[in-house]
Write a protein that binds this ligand. Structure first.
Ligand code: KG4
Ligand code: ZN
Length: 352
């Protein structure tokens, strides 16, 4: 079973081909970072136009890399949401056109499910597992029970962690996206120089909050002597922020692991997915936590943590295997929570 996947929900145009036998035959990603950088964030109109200009070429390249014709495919999958609607429409329309012309099934994939299922491709993981989904638009803890079946244990009540990384980076005059840069600079910083809060740490439940931490960084920066920040100031602030973020993640995941064990009868594993999962320091913290709890952390390789089409093709293959295809009148969804029964909370927002 061979599936082409297309991802266009944010600022990466991507196309990939995978088999249900867990082989990656093609993995093409085109980042639009340079186009958005001058604005310090993703501009939806620029993103949609760029997806439109590039998606055909990327699909052609992916098919070339795989050495396949469209008629060799068993289905075409595209991110159907959540995301920036202009971009999602481009990918969905492209996938539908290929499906229509070649008589193939079409699969609309929830971008978050793409992140959630990546470890089943990379590590062959079985359900259930505890999932920490941390990206630019989401910060959630869920029990992944099956394809299309997720139980949310907690979510952010304000900012997503990737968003907090990006905003802190902006305050420190660093580039966009901020995550990788803050991680790099934190390595040489002194985390103890600034004292920052750990929102919700020690409280019951599995929700997150990062807005107070972000504001505390702003106050700490403002309290420094006037003039440009020194390299040491920046590195120390990055280290202090990352240490606080790590403490919060460990505390929240620790609660969630307890709930998971109660409900599922085994201690884990814990899976971390989404762009922030690329962060080595945070992965190390979670590895330590899971080790202490007699379980393990499973994380995709870094290039499959940030947005890509391999995860969309794979989720498409998983759905196709269950006969879960979609009609060609599927409408792109700007919002699409993984657990549709949960109340629409902050953090179930448009970015993935
Ligand atoms: O899942 P993703 O690629 O895209 C969406 O959010 O749609 O996640 C991107 C987010 C950005 O906020 C970025 O700053 C963050 O993931 N990120 C990181 C790292 N790499 C990417 N955050 C912390 N450390 C990193 N190494
Ligand atoms: Zn994403």
């Amino acid at each position: 079973m061979i599936v082409l996947g297309i991802e266009t929900s944010c600022d990466e145009t991507a196309a990939a081909v995978v088999t249900a036998g867990r082989e990656i035959l093609a993995d093409e990603v085109l980042s639009q970072l340079e186009a958005h950088r001058p604005y310090g964030g993703v501009v939806p109109e620029i993103a949609a136009r760029s997806h439109l200009e590039n998606v055909d070429g990327l699909v052609a390249r992916a098919m070339d890399d795989a050495g396949l014709e469209f008629t060799d495919l068993d289905a075409v999958a595209a991110t159907g949401g959540p995301g920036l609607i202009g971009g999602v429409m481009v990918g969905v329309t492209c996938a539908k056109a290929i499906a229509l012309v070649h008589g193939l099934p079409f699969v609309a994939v929830n971008h978050l499910e793409g992140h959630a299922l990546t470890v089943r491709l990379t590590d062959g993981l079985d359900f259930p597992y505890l999932l920490l989904l941390v990206s630019g638009g989401h910060c959630q803890l869920l029990i992944a029970e099956d394809i299309g079946q997720y139980q949310r244990l907690g979510t952010t009540i304000d900012d997503a962690l990737g968003e907090a990384y990006d905003k802190v980076a902006k305050m420190l005059g660093l580039g966009f996206p901020g995550g990788p840069e803050v991680e790099r600079l934190a390595e040489n910083g002194n985390p103890g120089r600034f004292s920052l809060p750990r929102p919700l740490k020690g409280r019951p439940g599995c929700d997150f909050s990062f807005s107070g931490l972000k504001t505390a960084v702003r106050h700490a920066v403002d309290a420094l002597p006037p003039g440009p920040l020194t390299a040491t100031d920046i590195a120390d602030m990055c280290a202090a922020f990352q240490a606080a973020a790590g403490d919060v993640l460990v505390d929240r995941c620790s609660h969630a692991l307890e709930v998971f064990e109660d409900r599922c009868g085994r201690p884990g594993p814990l899976v971390v997915a989404g762009g922030v999962a690329a962060n080595r320091a945070l992965r190390a913290r979670l590895t330590e936590l899971t080790g202490d709890r007699g379980t393990r952390l499973v994380a995709p390789p870094q290039h499959l943590c940030t947005d890509n089409a391999v995860m969309i093709a794979w989720a498409g293959a998983e759905r196709l295997r269950r006969g879960l295809t979609d009609p060609l009148d599927f409408a792109p969804r700007p919002r699409w929570p993984l657990d549709p029964d949960a109340p629409l909370a902050a953090g179930a927002g448009i970015k993935a």
